[in-house]
Design a protein around this ligand. Structure first.
Ligand code: SF4
Length: 307
């Protein structure tokens, strides 16, 4: 951000640039940079018909920078359209971390004038993530991810949502793609490319083409970025190593993440037609959709009960 010289690339603008976009090489001032990010999100949302009139859009709002930026842009983009937007925050019960992000989530929903619902692991299964991890310390992010997805889906369905928006940016998408490949997880690769089966509230990712650095800078420029503590379990996940690897590759070989996502898209097209792609069954314990037998949340909770 600091150290850019000269003038903004936008025609007629004499303001100093604050950044250079890596893809296009444009040097943009604060105003035109914000307009560029908002324009690309608008293109993703409107160009693909992600949100239709009369949709109910639930936004997964952790209170971190990505979901905060998402809510800010999306609520403005959809203002004036017959679309209801509700933010849902999941409180996993992570001491010293989640309290602050919930405060940020409350502040941004108030600023955007968006309804805000908070659901918690404790209400769902009577336990906080901290207590679950004490019992099964190996994979905190797996436990967290499985239960968080369940709670978000449940909340979205209870609110009558027709879309569930999450703040995944280009970096998150590239990390997930690479992790699925590194794990040899064909089912996940296939599942991310399947058409809507009606069993889950369809997810949308309006920030999927915006690099994380631009999301952060947008938050700073708009005055909605709040430095927050890092989750105490973050360093333990494979994602943490993949993030470091991809950031290094992107720095040394610009465009790596975009190329990865293009190749991943082609891969999904090739494998998306296999039989398991659209198959959904229902969990015998809770009746929620699953990919076969017990759903991951019930499997996890049953495993924790028997330890
Ligand atoms: Fe959950 Fe892991 Fe993210 Fe922490 S880092 S919020 S445990 S997924």
């Amino acid at each position: 951000m600091a150290g850019e010289t000269g003038r903004c690339s936008s025609p007629g603008c004499t303001e100093p640039p604050i950044t250079v976009l890596r893809g296009s090489g444009e040097r943009l001032c604060a105003r035109h940079f914000s307009a560029s990010v908002e324009g690309r999100v608008r293109e993703t949302v409107e160009g693909t018909g992600m949100v239709q009139d009369s949709d109910v859009v639930v936004v997964g709002l952790s209170g971190g920078k990505d979901s905060t930026v998402l809510l800010s842009i999306l609520s403005r983009l959809l203002r004036g359209r017959p679309v209801r937007v509700v933010a849902v925050t999941v409180d996993e019960g992570i001491a010293g971390y989640r309290e602050e992000t919930i405060r940020t989530a409350r502040a941004i929903t108030a600023a955007c004038g968006v309804e805000h619902v908070i659901v918690s692991f404790e209400d769902y299964c009577g336990r906080t993530l901290d207590s679950l991890v004490r019992q099964r310390p190996e994979h905190p992010c797996t436990i967290c991810g499985v239960l968080r997805r369940r709670l978000l889906q449940n909340a979205a369905r209870d609110l009558g949502a027709t879309r569930l928006a999450t703040g995944h940016c280009l970096d998150d998408e590239a990390q997930s793609a690479l992790m699925n490949i590194l794990n040899g997880d064909l089912r996940r690769i296939v599942r991310t490319g399947v058409p809507d089966t009606g069993a889950f509230v369809p997810r949308i990712k309006p920030l999927r083409d915006i690099p994380e650095k631009e999301v952060t800078l947008y938050g700073v420029v708009q005055g909605i970025y709040t430095p927050l503590p890092e989750c105490p379990y973050a360093g333990e996940a494979l994602r943490s190593d993949v993030r470091t690897l991809l950031s290094t590759l992107e720095y040394r070989h610009p465009g790596t993440m975009v190329r990865l996502m293009e190749g991943y898209g082609r891969l999904r097209e090739r494998v998306g037609g296999c039989a398991e792609a659209g198959r959904v069954s229902y969990c015998p314990d809770c009746g929620e959709p699953s990919t076969g037998g017990l759903c991951r949340a019930c499997e996890l909770l049953r495993d924790l009960r028997t330890r």
